[in-house]
Design a protein around this ligand. Structure first.
Ligand SMILES: C[S@@+](CC[C@H](N)C(=O)[O-])C[C@H]1O[C@@H](n2cnc3c(N)ncnc32)[C@H](O)[C@@H]1O
Length: 209
């Protein structure tokens, strides 16, 4: 019953996990071509590069992995042992075909991941901590499944960072995480056109205490 095509405006105005499943079911097949390719999306590259440059190691869980572009970037940078999770089975089906993940599972991050505490040496997430998707409360779940000392690298849309209260969340995590850094990065290539062309995100990194 959806009349609008899948696109960024629709993504930013999602209001529930069920909305996400509907949007990304529509978008899965064309996402790599019309969003990553034509829109010049580079946030997955930024997250993967930050993770590797800071000495991130596997096994890695890619949270909100979508079609697997961040996992593919990690693989290119020499990381193996990567797993993927996402609320959208349709997006993960596209990710599975890339053959970069050793396993993939659907889960709603807001309800909790079906994963034991202290499971992963690294966590990455690109494009999922953004308007209409997940907010600061989901960081607890990333920290829960990371091993002590594990590196967590995620992007947080800069407008969402302010409006959703990420700064206050990081304050409350003081003591349970360390080495927090926040770096401003572009979401799209400098040559991208359109109203979102200069949108920014924070590449957030920290380790679990
Ligand atoms: C903009 S896409 C980013 C995908 C990929 N990481 C990338 O950089 O291209 C956002 C992803 O977050 C997922 N997502 C949204 N809400 C979620 C939730 N509550 N739990 C898990 N994944 C969620 C969507 O299904 C979608 O695949």
């Amino acid at each position: 019953m959806t009349s609008k095509p899948p696109n960024l405006s629709r993504a930013y105005s999602l209001s529930s996990p069920e909305d996400s499943k509907r949007l990304y079911a529509d978008w899965a097949e064309s996402y790599d071509k019309d969003f990553v390719g034509e829109q010049g999306y580079i946030l997955h590259l930024q997250v993967a590069q930050h993770f590797v440059a800071s000495g991130g190691q596997g096994p890695v869980l890619d949270v909100g992995a979508g079609t697997g572009v961040c996992g593919a970037a990690l693989r290119e940078l020499g990381i193996s042992e990567i797993e993927a999770t996402d609320i959208s089975a349709d997006m993960l089906k596209v990710a599975a075909a890339k053959d970069v993940y050793r396993s993939l599972f659907t889960a709603d991050l807001l309800q909790g991941l079906p994963v034991a505490d202290n499971s992963y040496g690294g966590i990455v997430s690109s494009g999922t901590f953004t308007a209409g998707h997940v907010g600061p409360q989901a960081i607890d779940e990333l920290a829960r499944v990371a091993k002590p000392g594990g590196l967590i690298a995620l992007s947080i849309n800069a407008k969402h960072f302010g409006s959703a209260g990420f700064a206050a969340k990081f304050e409350t995590l003081n003591g349970s995480i360390y080495d927090l850094s926040l770096t401003n990065v572009r979401i799209y290539e400098a040559t991208t056109k359109g109203e979102h062309k200069d949108d920014q995100a924070f590449a957030a990194q920290f380790r679990k205490a």
